[in-house]
Structures are given as structure tokens and as C-alpha cells.
Design a protein around this ligand. Structure first.
Ligand SMILES: [Zn+2]
Ligand SMILES: [Zn+2]
Length: 624
């Protein structure tokens, strides 16, 4: 039985109110219809919606919006009138959702993005029941800390849900916010959010006429027979290419005139120029400073026509050698891509050698750049079914970003997946909450986790909470990064096996794996007791995480032994894992489809650790 409330505003029954769209546009009209529908579900009362100012109407919930850049809103009474005012169009919607959350609504997950998704519809619940009054002194004012908030995850694929989570950007064209949702923050030219050198100065056009625009590698400016993504970087000490860059940028702005950012950033490779001039520049300014000097040149020309558009560049790969030698021009924004962040510890954790270095980098960056974005990697780029343990460090890390003047976050959270066993729905929910309020208390963060678990995983949710707590504290001393889930020592060195290969995703001593998984399976069995059909499926999806983890560590030894019964049992369990992956449409490696896969579906005796996990990410360098 769903909850119902008796809602009053300053003591007056909700049905005496009408919804008024004071500044009608697509977003406020949509906001009004959302408010009407969720109030109807919660109270059983259908309010009428009126458009334009209604001066004589006292009992009104008035929706309005301003035209400010910063997302934010205020909720307050003026007499009996409740004013829900957004700083801009999308914020009018945020104002409505905030009000709905205040009366008890929770929007936990989106509706499924694909046909035959077993967990189906959106998970939204009203947590309150009985009398709910919004008193006269009710007043909420909030403003976004981060201007740009986005994450790529199947759990954030539906833009309607993203609006509820206050996700406001559509990086890499993975989604598109319509005007009814107040649009989104956008980069110039769709799909050009990064790695743009090759597009700004096309090598097939300028390679022949101006080879000096491009990097010299091993004494040669190789400009033919390369595709744009394998194209050498620009020669960053040759400023003669700046007019070409700016002219392409202007063309992009004509196509997307509302863009707030435009990217002038390196290609996704390490082919940086080694000409004499560049080499002496690297010595003086580092790769980072050399890049910023070039981008500054572009920025100063471009700002004459587009003073309000921020120019984006990366600190990534070689240009991650962040230093204080060059200050970025005021319209330059740097997106730092911390590929070597420890995900088991918070960025501010002084006991983690990797993150001490990372913190220092971000601190240095904040001294030379006014505006910083982060490109966060919050999943294992090798093992898609490996559940990362950043659940309880994320709050600290995001707060540190805010403290160090970060203005935008794009996070990769299990990309290329349709469904996953790594609690992506919970992670997406917390991500949205933290991006809006990085300064929330630990108690509030905990409350969000518990509310979600109860709402999504049902009555047995406490067992799932225990599982998450245990998993996240499993190896408090170990360090590892998203790239490959490789394990790292206290001295920031990769842990290696006897053959010298990096050790991946182990997390705990081998002998502890089976007992841990037995314990975890018992927890899931408890949680599944009395679960309804939908909840059962949600639980079985995340349990796949335990099944994969155990077989990953135990199957190979059994299959290489001579106990035929044990082998047959393992093969059967592997078959069960594979059928779960098919049934729930899960991926076992992030880049499946981009590289060859093994044929484990044809041979269930192949140990899970021997499947073809992507190994060619980031230029084939396992120690990226
Ligand atoms: Zn050069
Ligand atoms: Zn660490």
C-alpha cells in the first residue's frame, strides 16, 4: 500500500491551492505539470494549473524563473503564496523537486532505458504519511557549488531523471536535455568536449601545406597516413597555427551559438612534439606550461569575439606535470584528469601517498587557473564487474574538489554498460546529491545511502548495507586506481606477481576470498527472504558481483587441479555466471565491443580470470 499524506501549507489544505506558472516557458510549464502529478500521487488532490500572473489569487504555488548563469533556487512564502523561484529555467524544475523532496518524495532511480529491462520502472517513493504541514517560516535558498555536473553511467541515461538529480550537462553527446528540462550546459560542436587538436587543425588539410604545425617525432613531421585520433599533437611552440585554431572555433560557435565552453585540447595519445624549441620549452615550463602558453595565445584572440565562452583544455597524460610556471588566461579552464587517483582513499587522505601527490597537483593547479574541471574515473577500466570501494571516500573527495575551486565535474561511472552488478543506481544517486551539495554532513550522506537501500532493495536492505560496509573496509591499507584496478603499495609502486606483472583487483588474500563470499552470499540470501519480484531481480543483479569476484579468484586453481568433481562444479558455476550476465545484460570488461572478446559463452570451463579483459586502454601502457 502506497503512502498518502494530508498536506497543508501554512495550515491550509492543499486542495485550496492552485499552481500558477508566473513566467511561462517550456521548463516552467513542465515543472508545473510535474508538481501537479506528484502532489496528486501524494495527496489524491488534483490542483489546477494557471498561466501568467494571478494577482487576486491568494492560495497559489507560484513557479517562476530568472535568467542567472548559476543554477539555484529559493522556496519561500509571500503571505499565503508559496513562491518556487529558479535562478534559470532548469532551476525552476530543481525548485519543484526540492519542494517535493521536502514533503517526503524520493526519486531513487530512472525508468529503464531499454526494452525488457527486468527492474523496469522508476523507483520513486513517498517516505512520509499522515499530516504534513509546510509552515509560514519555511524558506530554502540554494545555489550550485559546481556549475557543470555530469556523469556517464547507464543509471543516468534518462534526462528526466537527470533533472531530478540536478545533472545539467550532456558530455560526449550521450544524452540531450530538451528545453522542457531547461536545456544543458554545452560545449561548442557536439561531441567535441575534448581531444580536439586533430579536429581544430585537420591533418588531412594542413599536413601537406603546413607540416610544421604538427609534432616532430623522431626527427620527422609525419603528417600522412594518420587518422585524427592517432594524429600527432600540435607543435605547441609554433604559434602560426593559432589563427587556424581560432577560425575552426568560430565555425563551431556558429553551429552551436549557445555553447558556454569550447575545447582546445590534446589528442588522446602521447605524440607530443620533440622539436628543439618544444624540448627547451618543456624544460622551462613542463608539458603543462607549454600547453597553457599555447592555449593562452588562442584564448586572447578568441575572447575578442566570445568573451563569455570558456576555453577548455586538459591536464592529462604528459600534460599532467602541473606546475606554477605559467598562469592561464582568465577565459581558460583546465580539466584535470586524475588517472592515478587512489580510489580506496579520499583525495584529502594524508596517509595515502598517491593522493598526497594528487592533492598537491590540484592545489598547484588552483594557483594558476581560475576555473578547474575534473574528469573523474570512478570505475575499473579493466574489470567492469569489479565493485569499486569509493562509496565512503567519495564525499570527502568531492568536498576537496569544491574546496580547491573546482567548478565542474564529469565522471565516468561504468561506461558502455546497459546494466551492471556494481550498485550503479546507488552510485548515481549519491553522485547527484554530492555534486549539488559537496558540503553535506556524514550523517546526511549516510541517510541518503540508507534511504536508497531501503527504497530500492526492500525490507532486507540492512543486509545489503552490511555487505557494502564490509566490502568498503576490506583492505583499508591498500591503494588502487581506476585504470586497470591495479594494486599499489604505500610507496606508490605497482604491486607485482612473481613474473613482474601488475596485480589486479585482488583486494584480499586469496585464502580469504571464499569465506568472504560465503558470508556475502548468506547476506544476500537473508535480503532475498520475502522480497517481491522486482526487488528479487535487483538483488540478484548485484549478487552477480559476489559470484564473479569469487570465481575470478578461485576457478583457475580448481581447473588446473585433478579433482574432476570440483572441476565439474566450477564449470557449472561459471555457466550460471555467464547466464546471469546475458540475462541481465551485463558487461565483464569496459571496452567489450571495442576489442576482441573471448568465447567464454562457448566454453564454461575457461577460468573467469582468463577471460579477455581489455588490456589496450590508454595507449597500451598498463602503468599509465
Ligand atoms: Zn615543436
Ligand atoms: Zn590510497
Amino acid at each position: 500500500m502506497e503512502n498518502k499524506i494530508f498536506l497543508t501549507l501554512t495550515g491550509e489544505r492543499i486542495e485550496s491551492y492552485a499552481i500558477v506558472v508566473k513566467t511561462p516557458n517550456e521548463a516552467t510549464v513542465y515543472a508545473a505539470s510535474e508538481l501537479m502529478q506528484y502532489l496528486l500521487k501524494a495527496t489524491g488532490k488534483a490542483l489546477s494549473i494557471l498561466y501568467g500572473e494571478q494577482k487576486t489569487l491568494e492560495n497559489a504555488i507560484e513557479i517562476a524563473c530568472e535568467e542567472k548563469f548559476k543554477d539555484g533556487f529559493s522556496l519561500r512564502f509571500d503571505g499565503k503564496k508559496l513562491l518556487l523561484t529558479g535562478n534559470n529555467e532548469r532551476s525552476a524544475l530543481y525548485a519543484v523537486y526540492e519542494f517535493l523532496e521536502r514533503i517526503g518524495w524520493r526519486f531513487f532511480t530512472q525508468k529503464a532505458q531499454y526494452e525488457c529491462a527486468p527492474q523496469g520502472y522508476a523507483c520513486e517513493k513517498l517516505l512520509t504519511s499522515g499530516n504534513v504541514d509546510i509552515p509560514q517560516d519555511f524558506c530554502v535558498t540554494q545555489e550550485a557549488v559546481f556549475d557543470y555536473r555530469d556523469g556517464s553511467s547507464f543509471a543516468l541515461g534518462d534526462v528526466g531523471f537527470c533533472a531530478k538529480m540536478r545533472i545539467n550537462a550532456q558530455t560526449w553527446g550521450s544524452k540531450r536535455f530538451p528545453p522542457a528540462l531547461g536545456g544543458a550546459r554545452t560545449f561548442a560542436y557536439r561531441g567535441c568536449e575534448g581531444h580536439t587538436f586533430g579536429k581544430l587543425v585537420p591533418i588531412d588539410v594542413y599536413g601537406k601545406t603546413n607540416p610544421e604545425f604538427f609534432a616532430e617525432l623522431d626527427g620527422v613531421r609525419k603528417t600522412d597516413g594518420v587518422t585524427w585520433d592517432s594524429a600527432p599533437q600540435l607543435c605547441l611552440t609554433n604559434f602560426n597555427s593559432v589563427p587556424v585554431v581560432v577560425s575552426t572555433m568560430k565555425k563551431w560557435m556558429e553551429v552551436t551559438p549557445k555553447a558556454e565552453y569550447i575545447s582546445v585540447s590534446q589528442n588522446d595519445n602521447k605524440l607530443f612534439c620533440q622539436c628543439e624549441k618544444c624540448r627547451s620549452s618543456y624544460e622551462k615550463y613542463g608539458y603543462f606550461g607549454t600547453l597553457i602558453r599555447y592555449v593562452n595565445k588562442v584564448a586572447k584572440v578568441f575572447e575578442k569575439d566570445y568573451p563569455n565562452v570558456k576555453i577548455h583544455t586538459y591536464a592529462y597524460s604528459k600534460t599532467d606535470d602541473i606546475n606554477e610556471s605559467v598562469k592561464a588566461h582568465k577565459n581558460v579552464m583546465v580539466q584535470w584528469c586524475p588517472t592515478r587517483m587512489c580510489r580506496n582513499h579520499a583525495l584529502s587522505d594524508k596517509n595515502c601517498a598517491l593522493n598526497r601527490a594528487n592533492y598537491k597537483k590540484l592545489e598547484t593547479l588552483s594557483k594558476v587557473v581560475d576555473e578547474i574541471f575534473i574528469y573523474d574515473y570512478r570505475h575499473c577500466l579493466r574489470y567492469a564487474m569489479l565493485h569499486f570501494t569509493d562509496l565512503f571516500t567519495l564525499r570527502d573527495t568531492v568536498r576537496t574538489y569544491a574546496d580547491l575551486h573546482v567548478k565542474g565535474i564529469f565522471s565516468e561511472v561504468n561506461i558502455h554498460s546497459l546494466n551492471q552488478c556494481t550498485f550503479e543506481e546507488l552510485r548515481a544517486y549519491l553522485f547527484g546529491k554530492l555534486l549539488w551539495n559537496p558540503y553535506m554532513s556524514e550523517e546526511e550522506y549516510d541517510r541518503h545511502i540508507d534511504e536508497f537501500l531501503e527504497g530500492y532493495y526492500g525490507k532486507g536492505w540492512r543486509h545489503i548495507r552490511e555487505y557494502l560496509d564490509k566490502w568498503s573496509s576490506i583492505n583499508p591499507k591498500m591503494h588502487y586506481t581506476s585504470f586497470y584496478g591495479a594494486m599499489i603499495s604505500d610507496d606508490a609502486k605497482y604491486l607485482r606477481d612473481e613474473q613482474g606483472n601488475p596485480i589486479y583487483a585482488q583486494f584480499m588474500p586469496k585464502e580469504d576470498v571464499a569465506p568472504f563470499c560465503d558470508w556475502a552470499n548468506a547476506k544476500f540470501d537473508e535480503a532475498l527472504k520475502d522480497a517481491d519480484y522486482t526487488t528479487r531481480i535487483r538483488l540478484e543483479i548485484v549478487r552477480t558481483n559476489v559470484i564473479w569476484y569469487e570465481l575470478f579468484h578461485t576457478m583457475k586453481d580448481v581447473m588446473s587441479g585433478d579433482d574432476e568433481n570440483a572441476k565439474a562444479d566450477m564449470t557449472k558455476r561459471c555457466k550460471d555466471l555467464c547466464s546471469r550476465m546475458r540475462k541481465y545484460m551485463m558487461k565483464y570488461t569496459v571496452y567489450i565491443g571495442m576489442s576482441n572478446t573471448t568465447y567464454m559463452y562457448d566454453d564454461f570451463s575457461m577460468p573467469v580470470s582468463e577471460w579477455h579483459y581489455a588490456s589496450n586502454i590508454a595507449g597500451g601502457d598498463p602503468l599509465w
